[in-house]
Design a protein around this ligand. Structure first.
Ligand code: PEP
Ligand code: MG
Length: 744
């Protein structure tokens, strides 16, 4: 029997290390390991089961069970006790295995004579690789010291597997990171692309797993933790907001006695300092996959990050590994900040994130750069190696890692078809969007970053229908200065030349939280203190921004609109702020814009029913369909469960929009639509059919939308919509699709 703090375990680990150093085939090593382990634990059986595919485990080596069963005995994930350990990722310790629920007897192994069973998952950084089992005839539960020692062995096995120690014949002993993988995530930005993996945070490779000098390893760990603490403290000075919270958590972990004690105990058992850190990291990852609470998950992520930092300190492997970025890089990261993504810029061919959300800042930047993005691609950072061939389907949210030939050729066909479509779109780039019935539709682009500006030319947009000014605030880690904003706005106006740009004032709150502003703990942020509500209650930032816009115009015409206005008075109050700022500028003798046109977004149903006076008074209205739709249907636009539940072509919504069109037409108020639906060709032609003739969308959508408008009879389409509505359809989509199929 093994003792937790005894040199026995160190001896065993030392012998495992020796098997690693020997020139031997994978099978030979596995055989030796089960023999050594059974011997030092004093159990009659020790077996190693490894995955042959994501769903099947295979007995790969055994001491004590019948040798004929090796590579023959297989079980599905969840099947029998071994399958259960693999599925749950949790250890199982029982004195009487046959009486356990789900026990399955494998006759070819001869295991019927063994009563006690201890199974431990072999997993690395949250990835399940197999199961380590020890069994004895005597009915007894294994002690906590034995379990602890075996956990360490399971961890070393996982690391050895990662380093390729068990490569051999058959699917269960195949080399890791060589098989094709299909990972399913969500679409963050459409487009298909092909390239080679570039890991934003290259993995630290730990090669010295075992050490027989615990004193030395403890000292190394001490030193590294001390360095880590100092660096976290340094980072803490001058940080605020969300980042501060993360760093405080880092500090808490760096000072955590429990964390350190567990690593020291692992070192005493014979692990090297880095292997001990990685064991803790693996545990955190395994817990992460089971925790659903968002806060806890984030803390486990923090621990994961901290472990990475500690590993870098211990191994001396920095983020800079000397590897050369491929010519066609597909960026792989767990998550990435907007600033870092902008640093990579357009050289990226695609982006795959393990986390992220549709509304995240990284997604915003990816869209601006028109780089296909897949988010929530589970396990991509552990599966992919630098240089792996990858095909990214941003339309479907799928990633083919190391694809086989049939996938490659099907995927290349898809890319070629998209390229052909792009060619078609560029041939109509400079043509006006006129329907077959002669209706002219004006197409503008949405923007928010300087990186968007080249698209003004390449997309054929007639101007910027929505410039989301908050993006400049979101991508920084501190509040931008007025002079910086003046520069940005100037560059936007310069690039637009004669084309109009509608600047929307700061729209923060809800999903757009500035990292450097005190977060508001609101029960329902989407209905909370956001956008113009913040601007009117705490006008400092809005005033600074308006001043920056006035100065940037340098005498040119300026167009401004306010986000999230819910009633007439909010509009007049915000407009008065512009008036005040203008008066100040005049007084200071600064040049003021030749005209200032002030409009508003319509994003709340209440504004659609504002008094007629409002419609007469406002210079223009732009419908923010994303927010308007979420409030109209009471369905959160950020919530994957409900956000696609209601069709934009639902007759209630279309009738509501048509009512706005009619009110604006009565008062001659210019009206546009700038939500995401404007960029979806089917939705866009329907919006145009009900009278929305100015649409603002992502630059990449302009070609497809224009192409469909030019092939559609909008009058005929309007009749189809009215007929479906009169018949009592819930959505007009089917009728619309039927009609569009008859168009050229
Ligand atoms: C909208 O709500 O439709 C809109 C354009 O604004 P944002 O998506 O920035 O909230
Ligand atoms: Mg909005």
């Amino acid at each position: 029997m093994i003792d937790r703090s005894e040199s026995e375990s160190r001896k065993l680990l030392g012998r495992l290390r020796d098997t690693m150093a020997e020139q031997a085939a994978g099978q030979e090593r596995l055989d030796k390991i089960v023999h050594l382990t059974a011997d030092s634990i004093g159990s009659e059986v020790c077996s190693i089961y490894l995955f042959r595919d994501s769903d099947t485990l295979e007995l790969c080596a055994t001491e004590g069970l019948k040798k004929e069963a090796v590579h023959q005995t297989r079980m599905k994930l969840g099947e029998g006790l071994v399958g259960r350990v693999a599925r749950t990722g949790k250890m199982m310790n029982t004195a009487d295995a046959p009486s356990e629920r789900g026990f399955r007897y494998m006759p070819e192994t001869g295991e019927e004579v063994f009563s006690s069973f201890l199974g431990l998952p072999i997993q690395r950084l949250g990835e399940k690789l197999g199961v380590l089992v020890v069994q004895t005839k005597a009915k007894r539960e294994f002690t906590s010291d034995e379990i602890y020692a075996l956990e360490v062995i399971a961890m070393v096995l996982a690391e050895m597997a990662e380093l390729g120690a068990f490569i051999g014949e058959g699917a269960a002993l195949k080399a890791r990171h060589t098989e094709p993988r299909l990972l399913r995530g969500l679409s963050g930005q459409e487009g298909t692309t092909e390239g080679h993996a570039w890991l934003h945070e290259p993995r630290v490779v730990v090669t010295n797993l075992v050490s027989d000098d615990p004193e030395r390893e403890r000292r190394r760990l001490d030193k590294a933790i001390e360095k880590l603490r100092v660096s976290v403290d340094e980072m803490l000075t001058g940080t605020s907001g969300e980042q501060l919270e993360v760093l405080e958590t880092y500090r808490m972990f760096a000072n955590s006695k429990g964390w350190r004690r567990r690593m020291e105990e692992d070192i005493d058992l014979g692990l090297s300092a880095e292997a001990a850190v990685e064991k803790e990291q693996s545990n955190a990852r395994a817990r992460m996959s089971q925790v659903t609470d968002q806060y806890l998950r984030e803390r486990l992520h923090d621990l994961d990050d901290l472990s990475n930092r500690l590993l870098r300190l211990l191994t001396g492997q920095g983020a800079e590994t000397g590897a050369e970025m491929p010519a066609d890089p597909i960026l792989i990261a767990r998550n990435i900040g907007p600033g870092e993504l902008l640093d990579y810029g357009r050289k990226l061919k695609g982006i795959v994130l393990e986390e992220g959300s549709v509304g995240s800042h990284a997604a915003v930047v990816a869209r601006a750069l028109a780089i296909p993005l897949v988010i929530q691609a589970e396990r991509i950072t552990t599966e992919a190696l630098n240089g792996d061939h990858i095909m990214v389907d941003g339309d479907q949210g799928m990633v083919h890692l190391r694809p086989d030939d049939s996938i490659v050729s099907a995927f290349r066909d898809k890319i070629a078809m998209q390229a052909q479509a792009q060619e078609r779109y560029s041939s109509i780039r400079d043509k006006p969007a006129v329907s077959t019935c002669g209706k002219r539709v004006h197409l503008y682009m949405n923007a928010g970053l300087l990186a968007d500006l080249p698209s003004l030319i390449s997309s054929g947009a007639e101007g910027v229908g929505l410039f989301r000014t908050e993006l400049q605030f979101l991508i920084r880690n501190k509040m931008p200065k007025r002079t910086e904003l003046v520069e940005v706005y100037k560059r936007v106006m310069d690039s637009a030349g004669d084309k109009p740009v509608i600047f929307r004032t700061l729209d923060i709150g809800s999903d757009k939280v500035l990292p450097y502003m005190k977060p508001n703990d609101e029960p329902n942020p989407a209905l909370g203190w956001r956008a113009i509500r913040v601007g009117l209650d705490k006008p400092g930032v809005m005033r600074m921004q308006i001043q920056a816009l006035l100065r940037a115009s340098g005498g040119r015409a300026l167009t401004v609109m306010f986000p999230f206005v819910a009633q007439y008075e909010e509009f007049t109050a915000a407009r008065a702020e512009v008036g005040k700022a203008l008066a100040i500028e005049r007084k200071l003798g600064h040049p003021v814009p030749e005209t200032v046109t002030i409009g508003t977004m319509l994003e709340t149903p209440s504004l659609a029913y504002a008094p007629t006076k409002f419609f007469e008074d406002v210079a223009f209205i732009s419908i923010g369909g994303n927010d308007l739709k979420q409030f109209f249907f009471a369905a959160d636009r950020e919530n994957e469960r409900v956000r696609r539940r209601y069709d934009t072509l639902n007759v209630s919504f279309l009738s509501f929009l048509e009512n706005i069109v009619m009110r604006c037409s009565d008062t001659q108020t210019p009206l546009s639509f700038c939500g995401e639906d404007a960029g979806r060709p089917i939705e866009a032609v329907c919006l145009a059919a009900i009278g929305l003739r100015r649409l603002s969308m992502r630059p990449a959508s302009i070609g497809p939308v224009k192409s469909l408008i030019m092939r559609t009879d909008l009058d005929g389409l309007y009749d189809v919509i009215c007929e479906a509505r009169a018949r009592g359809e819930q959505s007009v989509r089917d009728d619309v699709m039927g009609f569009l199929r008859t168009q050229g």
